[in-house]
Design a protein around this ligand. Structure first.
Ligand SMILES: Nc1nc2c(ncn2[C@@H]2O[C@H](COP(=O)(O)OP(=O)(O)OP(=O)(O)O)[C@@H](O)[C@H]2O)c(=O)[nH]1
Ligand SMILES: [Mg+2]
Length: 616
């Protein structure tokens, strides 16, 4: 993590005052400086169960998140601690400690549900912390999970209008992985006389009962919800009490050697698991969340909750994408401008040189944009970048032209200075003066043409210069007594022809230049289309991974059901898997058509070679 991202102690991310949630500006400001991807681990659970203490262990610190030593709940709202990820370089570990649920003194279960819901929405790993055992009462206390379907929407209202009710199975793709931590666990890990793992213990507690009566369905409901929302493999860790009863009162100040070795060993395994297996937080579509995006995400969700609406994953992604894509355009434009600023110092340069530099830096800028942008499915932002770059390029072309004009005029002025002196001395106002004048002038034009690096206006400036000197040549011609009337007429004709030739030369040069620019523009567009295609494939791949993860977890669930002879549930899961596969295929097909067709059809990004009118 960069120095800017160092945080000596936790700060409040979401305030909870009198039941009203509010994002702390300081925390968002802090996050906005973290451009690394974040692994977000949040802890939820009943109040006074040691959540803050557990989070301090994940931070590798004895203190940090405040603990309370009374029966009153301590943590309010959601607190955040950003630390360098201990195992993944270039990643920030964001620990979210939440307000304890079920505090009777608070008596606002709706507020509890929103805290739980925010922890789910913001994290990539959700740790559920409880004390004692995972019995039925412990599972029932996790009733907040049951409410999640009403509290989170995947798709926007418009997009969901033509779809059936949101299916639980889809949440699996976007929800964090789930770890249950049991504190002060004193039992033996044995089921029906056989030694089992902690994970088996959790799965045993989440086992569904057969039957359809109310009692069975009430029993099954929270379990079914946990299974539906949080994909297998779910993890479980059981910790013994951390210290001897007499030491418990001062747990926070105890040294490692005063803690129970089994507790140290279990928390060690837990921390290792979190550090190695918690993934970077992603949003719908698979885009990796940075600290900056996490801050925006918190604001978007809390504002939605405050306005009385239900947080929607898709709306959040669209809002985030708009924010991020706007910044991506600005950053990419800066890359182009910084690159071209150096080129400007070399002005005047040829068309070939300026267009190849322009091509190079606009390709770099597009790559920069692609790195950062996401969900720019209609190419709206990539086109905005292209337009901004084009506008800059037009100005640069003008500046290059002006620099060339200045240089060429100065050059001609210098080259003609001797001749001007001779003119003033009347050296050409004599018999045979016109021939002398023409020879001198032609030699200067030749010398001018030999001069390198004159830029794009060389012939135009020469043309203008010779035109300006036309009357001067004519008056010398008429003063030359050596010439007859016929000679003069012929010379005049030649003078006109020479000027015409010069004009043609200028036009020819312009023609070549515009062909060079057309070719460069064609290559630039091909490059942009290629980069868009690559980005599209990459996003598609991310979505595929998201879907694979969901399908895999459902398959595991199904295997389990088959093993446990719960055919009905297995059939249901089978249906969900088929639905997931089908909707995934449909989505890709739609996106593929959209992504490839839209930019071309809109005429904003023309297929190579058809967009000459866009050339500045
Ligand atoms: N018995 C027991 N006590 C613990 C454990 N971990 C922490 N404590 C103590 O329990 C008390 C509450 O710990 P916290 O970490 O503040 O608990 P919390 O869940 O964050 O509490 P709230 O923020 O109020 O919800 C403190 O006195 C801790 O020292 C544990 O594993 N077992
Ligand atoms: Mg706490």
């Amino acid at each position: 993590m960069s120095k800017a991202g160092l945080m000596s102690s936790p700060i409040c991310l979401v305030e909870n005052v009198n039941g009203s949630l509010c994002v702390c500006k300081d925390a968002v400001e802090f996050l906005s400086r973290i451009n690394e991807p974040v692994v977000v681990v949040s802890v939820v659970g009943l109040y006074r169960t040691g959540k803050s203490y557990l989070m301090n262990r994940l931070a590798g610190k004895q203190s940090g998140f405040a603990l309370g030593n009374t029966i009153e709940s301590k943590t309010k709202g959601i607190w955040m601690w950003c630390v360098p990820h201990p195992k993944k370089e270039g990643h920030t570990l964001v620990l979210l400690d939440t307000e304890g649920l079920g505090d009777v003194a608070k008596g606002d279960s709706k507020n509890d549900s929103w805290i739980f819901c925010l922890a789910v929405l913001l994290s990539s790993t959700l740790v559920y912390n409880s004390r004692g055992t995972i019995d039925n009462s412990a599972v029932e206390k996790l009733h907040y999970v049951v409410e999640l379907t009403e509290q989170i929407k995947i798709r926007s209202t418009e997009a969901a209008a033509d779809e059936e009710e949101e299916e639980d199975c889809k949440f699996v793709q976007f929800f964090p992985s789930f770890t249950w931590v049991v504190r002060d666990f004193t039992l033996e890990l044995e089921i029906e006389g056989k030694r089992v793992t902690e994970d088996d213990y959790l799965e045993f507690a989440l086992k569904l009962k057969k039957g359809i009566n109310k009692k069975v369905s009430d029993y099954n409901l929270p379990r079914q919800c946990i299974r539906n929302y949080f994909p297998s493999p779910r993890k479980c860790f059981v910790f013994p009490s951390p210290a001897s009863p007499q030491n418990m009162a001062c747990l926070e100040s105890l040294k490692e050697q005063d803690l129970v070795p089994d507790f140290l060993q279990a928390t060690g395994r837990f921390c290792d698991h979190i550090f190695h297996n918690s993934v970077v937080k992603t949003i719908k579509g698979g885009h990796r969340v940075t600290g900056k995006l996490l801050g925006h995400l918190a604001e978007i969700y809390v504002d939605t909750i405050k306005s009385g609406k239900v947080p929607c994953l898709e709306n959040a992604v669209v809002a985030l994408a708009n924010l991020e894509n706007k910044t991506a355009v600005q950053e990419a434009l800066k890359t182009y401008q910084t690159g071209m600023e150096k080129v400007k110092n070399k002005f005047p340069i040829s068309v070939i040189d300026i267009t190849s530099e322009h091509q190079k830096f606009s390709s770099l800028a597009t790559a920069e944009f692609m790195k950062r942008s996401f969900k720019d499915e209609k190419g709206e932002y990539v086109n905005k970048l292209r337009e901004d770059i084009d506008m800059d390029f037009v100005c640069l072309l003008q500046e290059n032209e002006m620099a060339s004009e200045r240089k060429c005029r100065d050059l001609l002025k210098n080259l003609f200075s001797d001749m001007n002196k001779r003119l003033q001395d009347g050296e050409y106002s004599k018999s045979g003066g016109y021939e002398l004048y023409c020879r001198g002038r032609d030699a200067i034009v030749e010398q001018y043409r030999r001069e390198p690096n004159k830029g794009v206006s060389a012939e135009a400036v020469l043309n203008e210069f010779l035109n300006e000197r036309g009357p001067e040549a004519n008056s010398i011609l008429y003063m030359d007594t050596k010439l007859t009337e016929i000679d003069r007429k012929m010379e005049e004709e030649q003078e006109r022809n020479a000027l015409l030739k010069q004009q043609l030369k200028e036009q020819e040069e312009k023609c070549i230049e515009s062909e060079q620019m057309m070719q460069a523009e064609k290559e630039r567009q091909q490059d942009q289309i290629k980069q868009m295609q690559e980005k599209f494939n990459q996003e598609l791949q991310q979505q595929q991974q998201e879907m694979d993860r969901a399908i895999e977890s459902k398959m595991m669930e199904r295997e389990e059901m088959i093993k446990k002879d719960m055919k009905e549930n297995a059939d249901l899961l089978n249906e969900e898997i088929t639905n997931l596969k089908y909707s995934c295929k449909q989505r890709w097909r739609a996106q593929a058509t959209n992504a490839i067709a839209t930019p071309v059809a809109s005429g904003k990004l023309c297929p190579a070679g058809t967009c000459i009118h866009n050339i500045p």
